[in-house]
Design a binder for this molecule. Structure first.
Ligand code: SF4
Ligand code: SF4
Length: 442
């Protein structure tokens, strides 16, 4: 007979396993030298080795959960630099995520997190309604510029007065696009044989409610190259922010929902244009859904949009119109280390005529955004980002291209605060501009 174990016990077992995996640590200190948080805060408790010590002592009962310990555990960007550089092959961020889960099961999720993760994100419409209300208020009160009087209210919500938020969309991308958009061409197949394939598109919340131009660009490009695009209207948050905040139960519910939803559509591939959504659907989903052929087929179908275009679509040089831009590329952590994708977005940018691609210093170092980290730990997030802004300025570019909504938001915010003129955009938007200039897309 299988013994039922409580959520608390399950979290403790996972934490013990993660701490055991950490026993391969050689105490070399390499993780210290690459950790952006340690670089700014300079305390051993913030690095991988320190957090593992906390894990061991918490599960053995030698330490009790205190505010100081919770603070230390929340000081992690999940940037994966420590794992990527560890000579012993251990994964410190797994320990961090399990520590957060363990603490949540011991202390409860708290009213606001439970409301957001278990109710608002699950029901989805309140988030859409809130985003649209903010979009209207932003436009009524003169946009997001420095003269906006609403800035004086930011500190009431814990935000810096200097901060630049992006403009929310008046209409969500999912409401502007039909669930199924047919292919515009046969994509080089013989006439009458249909499209090149049926692609599911996981837009992500930011693509749906803020950076809707990315959704337009993705749909335009895919349909113009012969693919049918399906945007399942029932899709919900990918679960990564929920997981990062220690709510494994909430994350599991969201991951299972999206898994079953996308599986019900007979798709040849699933694309995402957000690095964290891509990592969730390719990798993190394995934490929650039992291993099976269905799961292997699902994760094997997921592509970041840059990866899909570079590897599956043969864009002819004659399709592209010139763009006279100097551009560098910032590697989002969940793209370069989370998915191993870094070559493809650079290839797409380099093939645009007129673009001068410039590699910036430390392009793959975290910009400090880290999802909700730049909302909850703004001052450290800005200190980390100051290095990124200096490297962008040194590269002397017009645009910073990237592939993650929170990187766009955070880097653009700090560039504006530095009165630096560079604009941050998604690679796929820039590519769509070039295809428009080349008259391949409308
Ligand atoms: S880099 Fe790896 S082996 Fe070295 S101290 Fe950090 S976790 Fe241990
Ligand atoms: S994931 Fe990043 S922020 Fe967290 S401990 Fe590792 S290097 Fe530091």
């Amino acid at each position: 007979m299988t013994r039922h174990i409580s959520v608390q016990e399950e979290a403790k077992i996972h934490l013990q396993e993660a701490a055991r995996d950490f026993q391969g640590c050689m105490q070399c200190g390499k993780c210290r030298s690459v950790c952006p948080v340690f670089k700014e805060l300079g305390n051993e408790i913030y690095v991988a080795r320190g957090k593992n010590k906390l894990a061991e002592k918490l599960v053995s009962g030698d330490l009790q959960i205190t505010t100081r310990i919770k603070e230390a555990i929340n000081e992690c960007l999940n940037c994966k630099s420590c794992s990527a550089n560890c000579p012993a092959g251990v994964s410190p961020e797994h320990v961090v995520l399990r520590l957060r889960w363990y603490i949540t099961t011991q202390e409860g999720l708290g009213f606001f997190k439970a409301l957001i993760f278990r109710q608002l994100l699950w029901r989805k419409w309140p988030v859409t309604l809130a985003a649209m209300s903010i979009a209207i208020v932003q436009r009524l009160l003169f946009g997001i510029g420095p003269k906006n009087p609403v800035r004086h209210l930011f500190p009431l919500f814990g935000f810096s007065k200097r901060r630049y938020f992006p403009l929310m969309a008046l209409r969500s991308a999912q409401s502007r696009h039909p669930e199924v958009t047919p292919a515009k061409t046969d994509g080089g197949m013989q006439a009458g044989t249909g499209s090149r394939g049926r692609i599911g598109y996981f837009t992500g919340c930011a693509g749906n409610l803020i950076y809707t131009g990315v959704v337009d660009a993705t749909v335009e490009i895919l349909t113009s190259y012969g693919y049918e695009v399906v945007i399942p209207k029932g899709q919900k948050c990918n679960g990564t922010p929920v997981l990062a905040n220690g709510d494994f139960v909430g994350a599991k519910r969201l991951m299972e929902h999206n898994f079953h939803l996308f599986n019900s559509y007979q798709l040849d591939a699933i694309v995402v244009a957000c690095s964290s959504c891509g990592m969730a659907l390719k990798k993190e989903i394995n934490l929650f859904i039992e291993e099976s052929e269905d799961l292997r087929q699902f994760t094997g179908k997921v592509y970041d949009i840059n990866e899909f275009i570079a590897e599956k679509i043969n864009i002819a040089a004659t399709d592209l119109g010139p763009l006279p831009y100097r551009i560098c590329y910032h590697d989002p952590c969940h793209m370069v280390r989370g998915q191993g994708v870094s070559r493809q977005p650079r290839e797409l940018l380099r093939m645009i005529p007129g673009v001068e691609f410039k590699e910036m210093r430390d392009a793959a170092v975290c910009c400090g955004s880290a999802g909700s980290y730049c909302l909850t730990h703004y001052s450290t997030a800005i200190k980390i980002n100051n290095h990124k802004v200096r490297n962008i300025q040194e590269a002397e570019v017009d645009y910073v291209a990237t592939a993650c909504p929170t990187c766009v938001m955070h880097i653009q915010d700090n560039l504006l605060q530095h009165r630096s003129p560079e604009k941050v955009r998604f690679v796929v938007e820039i590519l769509a501009d070039s295809l428009r200039a080349g008259k391949k897309i409308d």
